[in-house]
Design a protein around this ligand. Sequence first.
Ligand SMILES: [Zn+2]
Length: 185
Amino acid sequence: MTATCTAPVPFPTLVDYWFGDLAPTEEERVDEHLFGCARCSGQLGSLTRLGAGVRSAFLGGAVPAVITPELLRAMKQQGLRLREYPVAPGGSVHCTISTSDDGVVSRLTAPLAGVTRLDLVVVNEPGRGRLSDIPFEPSLSEVLFCPSAAGLKQAPAHTQILRLLAVEPGGERPIGDYTFVHTPS
Ligand SMILES: [Zn+2]
């Protein structure tokens, strides 16, 4: 195993590999590479931990997902056109998406020190879902949320409120509410 890689497996190829969408000969080639390459097998490992986020990002954004900074970097490297909206706890932002955008990334600033499990809830749309045990890095104090790009492109003007909840042995502790005032492009 080597830690550096002179011919990294391209990110979309790794995604296809993971979902079993590669042709048999290419799959074999990637198999062999991963066997001998710590860097690329590490990337695959982080992909499999991302789960829904990768599917959302690469299959047309059909479902909302929380993604890692690593995936956001990869998405930018792949040339995806993303609108990014940083919001502080209690803050609000005006947002939109155009037909030529690939997605929207809501950057939720949050104090996450000591948090072990984090959930994201859509407050003002009961039943619209809760993302449980979402990925985050406490040191970055930020959660990256990708709403469904496909859904957002169809949506009329509306306001969505997201809430981050720290899930602790004693119960749930709200970390912050984030308001998105959406206008169609
Ligand atoms: Zn490699």
